[in-house]
Ligand binder design. Structure first.
Ligand code: SF4
Length: 386
């Protein structure tokens, strides 16, 4: 950001004017989603402690700013788990390429396509929650409100600057026939808009998200924390593999702040080996283990790997309020685990709106329609491009 660049050559990209133009355009239905990590950090811009859960106030503030519908990326994090968890189980049962590696962090995806593209076959093809929410808004929700996709303007409030790049990363990002996500604003940009509009954030009454793509489980909310995608996937994959529910939903083996964490989860007698890395400095250690096993013709060292580019995961993303340190990280992490504990449902497959969207629209995880709308592809990319 310009505040940190010693010669003032780098400026933070501020796209709030695009949002304000969209809400003034009466021909557009403006639909906004908020990412998991935003709810435990935005309050800091209004003097609250890091980790304070302000989900309901954010929904209310967005409506005051002119949003026509407000959804939650946590819903589509549940959807991602349904697809990614099913993909993992499919790979395990059918001799597919293992380990499967998460792909919902666009900074990591970009790194992999440029510097570690031997890993392309390992990447989950499931789109990130943000992109799934975008395409569901412009297809399923558009049908519900009887609008064309072209008349809906989708906005995502993200903790992340790399998400601004993700919305045009690949031609799969136009799966609805229109650009699925029109605009990404960071937590900081949202804070600026709320202040500029003179909204008293502290005074806002909490509101609910809109339906039918706004309800979320605890598994969806922990996507914002390192190890959270893995934990959410384990909760659902366990059910898919064993047909029973995981007794202790707190998967401690994948929690914590160590740069690399490795563990084994017992799926009723089948050992599932997992690894979590966060902060790009820790990724190659895990990837090299995978490469070495391949070279020696050995079994893959893991079934599933989660990678997040930011230390701590999205709670410490590049679009979050400044002055993030490990104390702040720990407070935001605690905020999301607290949200998880408070949720009525804590497993993605128990989210009733997820069950409904498969019944009414998608059919089943990994169905033809799911593949068309919710999955993507990766390619080797040059390190430098114009
Ligand atoms: Fe963005 Fe960081 Fe989260 Fe990756 S880990 S999606 S770069 S905020």
């Amino acid at each position: 950001c310009s505040a940190h660049c010693p010669v003032g050559a780098i400026y933070e990209k501020d796209e709030t004017k695009k949002f304000l133009a969209a809400v003034r355009d009466e021909s557009k239905h403006v639909s906004v989603q908020i990412a998991p990590a935003v709810r435990v950090a935005l309050g800091e811009a209004f003097g609250m402690e890091p980790g304070t859960l302000v989900t309901g106030k954010i929904y209310a503030a967005l409506r005051k700013l002119g949003a026509d519908s407000v959804f939650d990326t946590n819903f589509s994090a549940d959807l991602t788990i349904m697809e990614e968890g099913s993909e993992l189980v499919h790979r395990i049962k059918n001799g597919g390429v293992l380990p499967q590696i998460t792909s919902c962090c666009p900074a990591w995806t970009d790194y992999m396509e440029k510097y570690a593209n031997d890993m392309i076959p390992h990447f989950s093809t499931a789109k990130s929650p943000m992109m799934m929410q975008g395409v569901m808004t412009k297809t399923y929700y558009a049908d519900q409100i009887k609008k064309d996709a072209k008349d809906i303007y989708t906005v995502a409030i993200m903790p992340c600057t790399a998400k601004k790049y993700e919305i045009t990363r690949d031609d799969n990002m136009w799966a609805s026939g229109e650009q699925d996500m029109d605009l990404v604003l960071t937590t900081r940009e949202l804070a600026r808009m709320i202040k500029a509009a003179g909204i008293c954030f502290d005074c806002l009454e909490e509101e609910d998200a809109d339906s039918p793509i706004g309800e979320y489980s605890g598994a969806g909310t922990i996507f914002g924390v390192t190890g959270g995608v893995m934990e959410a996937a384990v909760r659902t994959a366990y059910k898919l593999v064993t047909d029973n529910e995981l007794e202790d939903m707190n998967v401690h083996a994948v929690r914590g702040m160590a740069g690399v964490r490795k563990g084994v989860v017992d799926f009723a007698g089948t050992e599932i080996k997992v690894a979590v890395a966060h902060g790009m400095a820790h990724v190659e250690e895990i990837l090299n283990e995978v490469r070495e096993a391949k070279e020696k013709g050995e079994e893959p060292p893991y079934h599933f790997i989660e990678v997040m580019a930011c230390r701590g995961g999205c709670i410490a993303g590049g679009g979050q309020p400044y002055n993030t340190n490990d104390t702040v990280r720990a407070q935001r992490v605690a905020g999301l685990y607290n949200d998880d504990e408070k949720c009525v449902t804590r497993r993605s497959h128990d989210n009733p709106e997820i069950a409904r969207i498969y019944k009414d629209f998608l059919g089943a995880p990994m169905s033809h329609k799911s593949h068309e709308l919710l999955h993507t592809k990766y390619q080797e990319r040059p390190i430098y491009s114009k």
